[in-house]
Design a protein around this ligand. Sequence first.
Ligand SMILES: *Cc1c(COP(=O)(O)O)cnc(C)c1O
Length: 227
Amino acid sequence: MSEVLEHCTEVLHTLPEGVTLVAVSKTHPSAMIEEAYTLGLRDFGENKVQELVSKARELPADIRWHMIGHLQTNKVRQIAPFVHMIHSVDSLHLLECIDKEGRRAGRRLRCLLQVHVAQESEKFGLYPSELRELLPTLDVPSLTGLELRGLMAVATNTNDGAQVEGEFATAQTLFEEVRQSGRAGLEHFDTLCMGMSHDYTLALRHGATMVRIGTTIFGQRDYGRTN
Ligand SMILES: *Cc1c(COP(=O)(O)O)cnc(C)c1O
């Protein structure tokens, strides 16, 4: 059995029923994605539009592509026809652009609002206070080019498990708040996407319904080669 297959199988065994695994394939060749595909994996995550588009072109059409990286409005059109979910919605401007491009493509683009819970300034996302301000101003049912499906969070990259858990707990609280708001148009707000290779077991303790795992499945990324 190849290493990718072995690691995929191991990760899948540790995930509770109902948790979706997004295999983060950024920087890795399509051949490795094909291996994971043979095991039944269909959800793959990329963080660059160009790489996402070129891999989607050469790989099976039933793959569900997740855009997990920071997204510029001028690149939404390239992925709108096929992307399965956009995880990194962090501004009203981007949300409106995705709505427009979704309608143009005749689709409702599934979106996660990225919430900034980490103690790191370079992490993208809406601060909890910004999210709480933004949501009530949105006329969600009028956004017919997209579907708000939940929240995405990235925790601080630290060995301090208590801090990471605190950040995941903050995201979970926000998620539950939105779900319980009973707002029209949020009937499918069911996804809490958090947890990467080094912290997904902590994310699962705080209600993650989707995890994004790269290194544990595909090995270390060689940025020198592809970036
Ligand atoms: C790269 C990346 C991941 C995967 O990280 P690993 O540590 O390789 O599991 C998850 N989420 C985001 C947003 C990423 O950019």
